[in-house]
Write a protein that binds this ligand. Sequence first.
Ligand code: BTN
Length: 324
Amino acid sequence: MTTKEQLLKLFEENRGIYLSGGEIAQDLCISRTAVWKAVKALQNDGYFIDAARNKGYCLSDQTDILSEQGIKKYLDPVLSQSDIFIYQRVSSTNTILREKANSGAPEGCMVLANEQSSGKGRMGRSFYSPVGSGIYMSLLLRPKNCSGNDAVKITTLAAVAVCEAIEAVSGEKAQIKWVNDVFVKGKKVCGILTEGSFSLENGALDYAVLGVGINLYPPAGGLPDDISNTAGSVFGNVVSDAKNRMVAAFLKSFYSYKNSEPPTGYAQKYKERSLVIGKRVTLVSANTTREALVTDIDEDCRLIVQYDDGTIGCCSSGEIRVRL
Ligand code: BTN
């Protein structure tokens, strides 16, 4: 770790508390001048660090910047083992993480960015990812003996974990629209895109890249016209350490379900948060469109529907899209 990274870790672990220059210098085994230089460097990165005579330096609660140190301070030692790469701007965090996965990165490796120039959404769409307003993150998973069907569960499990994280950090109720969209107060605030790489030999999942985009704050330049009516954000204004807290809360929730073997317990939570149960929907597949009433969601998070002719159907997310 560089001096700047060590200092950030110390500040993150002592948010809102003044640390004297001498104390910091002793802790990090560096000179007071080196402390001052590292403080300046962090301030240049956007950290609000107050410097007060006789008190020392203090990382202000106003700061909301993603960092490895900031996320890991909320994680237990097991979860904080994994590598977390944070970039200012990338094409797509999923793309960068796929490259790392192809070079052998282990399960749990994460890529996050403050901005994506070509954020990817489902069905070949793009995901609007302006600087500073969202959390754009990808998590590498290497599940054993996982079929294509099991892989769909990664997305549903992630949707539940995102809802729980949003609720823990903001206190707002979060709901799930089939299957990868999370809504707060009727607006989409999060999209999930899971991309898999399958073995050509046995068709098993080699790895999955779980991509999650959470709109935390309204973008400075407003939303593009095509999503201005449907998209929203979790918060209206900057909230202290919301980004690091949100990522950590997501990881804790995601792994708590995933690590129960087989992963159970989340299907009921998914159902409780569903926006589609009891609603008439349009089911859109590759070549058909059909109206139906959603009557239930089963333990594999598939939709149970009743078509207008009275027949009952069961749909999984790989096959259909749902229009409310
Ligand atoms: C959707 O709403 O259709 C899914 C959007 C998924 C967006 C996230 S942001 C992080 C990760 N990187 C991407 O390029 N896409 C996902």
